[in-house]
Design a protein around this ligand. Structure first.
Ligand SMILES: [Zn+2]
Length: 210
């Protein structure tokens, strides 16, 4: 499924739940509103989350002792599986699609647009509003508003317009280590708190001001 279809499924899910997609809601509540039970289990073997059907009722199980932002995202990922299943979607990129849709359920497009205009590109403020990690909040801003940005370390993830070309991964890692004042013009750096090594690079000077 392409990104636009996944964004549309996220919006449709808020409509089913009779909620405004401009106001992000807990993915536990969202799941329950579309008839998926959410269980928090103290002991789970292996994965931090899973899903199934019991007596005809769909359920998501999420490990209890997890930071809230991760628990919500794992629930969102499992909910995305049910939603894509309803669409009859089952392809090789299913897990990637569930990650994308999971993030879109936590931070639907209208909410991201509203939060970006309220807070600017402040991953901490946006993460707080959507109940997610700063990394997830930053990546959502990049993909919804097509702002070129990169989250660097341990893995490198980039978002933004298709025509935007980032330097190579080793070069991005090098840029991420530079002091902010040593960065090339138009590139801004913010530390993210999800991981002590993690940095957000934003190409924020695309408006042709120079
Ligand atoms: Zn999955």
């Amino acid at each position: 499924v392409d990104a636009a279809s996944l964004e549309a499924i996220a919006l449709a899910t808020y409509r089913r739940a009779k909620r405004d997609p401009g106001r992000p809601m807990s993915t536990f509540a969202l799941a329950r509103a579309v008839d998926v039970e959410v269980l928090r289990l103290r002991d789970m073997a292996g994965a931090p989350a899973g899903r199934g059907t019991s007596n005809g009722k769909r359920f998501i199980a999420v490990k209890q002792r997890l930071p809230e932002a991760y628990a919500r995202f794992f629930a969102a990922h499992e909910l995305a599986h049910f939603l894509l299943d309803e669409e009859g979607y089952d392809a090789e990129d299913l897990e990637t699609c569930c990650d994308y849709l999971g993030a879109a359920l936590m931070a639907p497009r209208p909410a991201v647009i509203g939060l970006k205009s309220a807070f600017g590109l402040d991953p901490r403020a946006i993460a707080k509003e959507v109940g997610g990690t700063e990394t997830m909040a930053a990546l959502r801003v990049g993909e919804v508003l097509r702002i070129p940005l990169a989250v660097v370390a341990p893995i490198v993830r980039v978002r933004g317009p298709e025509e935007w070309v980032w330097p190579s991964v080793p070069e991005l890692r090098r840029l991420a280590r530079l002091a902010p004042r040593k960065l090339p013009r138009g590139l801004a750096k913010t530390k993210l708190t999800d991981d002590p090594r993690r940095v957000l690079l934003v190409a924020d000077d695309l408006t042709g001001t120079d």
